[in-house]
Design a protein around this ligand. Structure first.
Ligand code: SF4
Ligand code: SF4
Length: 352
């Protein structure tokens, strides 16, 4: 969200003005040809980025090259069109208009942080004791008459979530530290020591306590255990990734067909995604349902990175149907590679 918001505001800054004041002046100005052109270009670029985001998301789950071919030949699946449209307008809305409101109200990160903090946690914080009373530097005023904060609002302007850190730690803070750098640069200019906004704990700021080393804090060990458990889960997930994806979808219309010889026929769409770098040849068979025979599909060849959908028909003699709903297993055996197993449990539907 932060990256997309930055890109959108960068485009806005380049077209409408580099500061919030310039953008406001541009928006308040009466409508003119120049204003219409600039607004059109801005919204076009925003929508274009949203569209590319949607296409990238869909490409993550399908053959990316085929997706681009389908897009240029206007032959994209309806579900992909819906997802791309949702992402296009979602990105346009979230990064173009809602911006930091998404961080505040939709992102779980701030809530997670709130749960993990305690009074010893180091966070970007404003040293109110040193900074107050804040105020702009006036000619002839002595430094001891005022705090270090010159009330320049630079820390607020750079904050991606629009927080005024001088009001205290807030749930929308993503601890990016931009306000620290911004304030340090102001302190350099007014010849004051850096660190008016700095990483400090609540206890350090309010009770002058020294920071507790990380190795003496129990919750740090708990977090380390959780972190390593998560990493182990991710590594295990990668190590046990299947080299293929195999799905069998039962066609709903019609649920079954009775053939002239009395046997019952069901139709399935079989999809195989080959994630290996070699072409694989798969021999299909059925298990688990007595008398079931496979038609329209026996062997399939799938190129690397390709996903192939095919239609398969399964027929079962009527006397083998002891129920209207019978389990059936689709098995795929990869030629020259017995390590890859394709297995999918589905249902065969007959008359009641
Ligand atoms: S950047 Fe520093 S000096 Fe400026 S308003 Fe923020 S805290 Fe005060
Ligand atoms: S660290 Fe500072 S700039 Fe970053 S989100 Fe928090 S208050 Fe805003």
């Amino acid at each position: 969200q932060t990256v997309w918001t930055d890109i959108f505001t960068w485009i806005e800054g380049k077209i409408e003005g580099s500061t919030p004041q310039k953008v406001m002046r541009f928006n308040d100005a009466p409508w003119s040809v120049d204003k219409v052109v600039k607004k059109t270009v801005k919204h076009f670029l925003w929508l274009l980025i949203g569209l590319l985001t949607g296409i990238s998301f869909v490409a993550w789950f399908t053959d990316a090259y085929q997706l681009w071919v389908d897009l240029f030949s206007f032959n994209v699946a309806m579900f992909a069109v819906i997802v791309i449209t949702a992402f296009t307008f979602g990105t346009y809305l979230f990064a173009g208009f809602m911006r930091e409101q998404v961080c505040f109200w939709l992102c779980p990160y701030a809530r997670l942080q709130g749960v993990m903090y305690d009074q010893d946690t180091l966070l970007p914080a404003y040293d109110a004791e040193r900074g107050e009373p804040r105020g702009r530097i006036k000619k002839g005023q002595e430094q001891q008459d005022r705090g270090s904060c010159v009330d320049c609002h630079v820390c607020v302007a750079v904050c991606p979530t629009g927080i005024d850190i001088r009001k205290g730690q807030q749930e929308g803070c993503i601890t990016c530290g931009l306000c620290i750098d911004a304030c340090d640069s102001i302190m350099d200019k007014v010849k004051q020591p850096r660190g008016l906004i700095r990483y400090a704990s609540y206890k350090e700021l309010h009770h002058n306590d020294a920071p507790i080393p990380l190795n003496k804090r129990f919750r740090v060990y708990v977090y380390v255990v959780i972190l390593f458990a998560s990493l182990a889960g991710i590594i295990n997930g990668f190590m046990t990734l299947s080299p293929t994806e195999f799905k069998v979808v039962h066609e709903r219309q019609p649920l079954y067909v009775r053939l002239s010889d009395g046997s019952i026929q069901n139709k399935y769409t079989i999809k195989v995604l080959n994630k290996t770098k070699e072409t694989i040849v798969i021999d299909f068979k059925l298990e688990g349902l007595e008398g079931a025979t496979l038609h329209g599909l026996s062997t399939m060849s799938v190129a690397p990175g390709k996903i192939i959908p095919v239609t398969a028909l399964v027929r079962v003699p009527e006397d083998a149907m002891i129920s209207d709903l019978m389990p059936i297993n689709f098995i795929g055996e990869v030629e020259d590679n017995s390590a890859i197993e394709l297995h999918y449990s589905s249902m065969f539907i007959g008359p009641k």
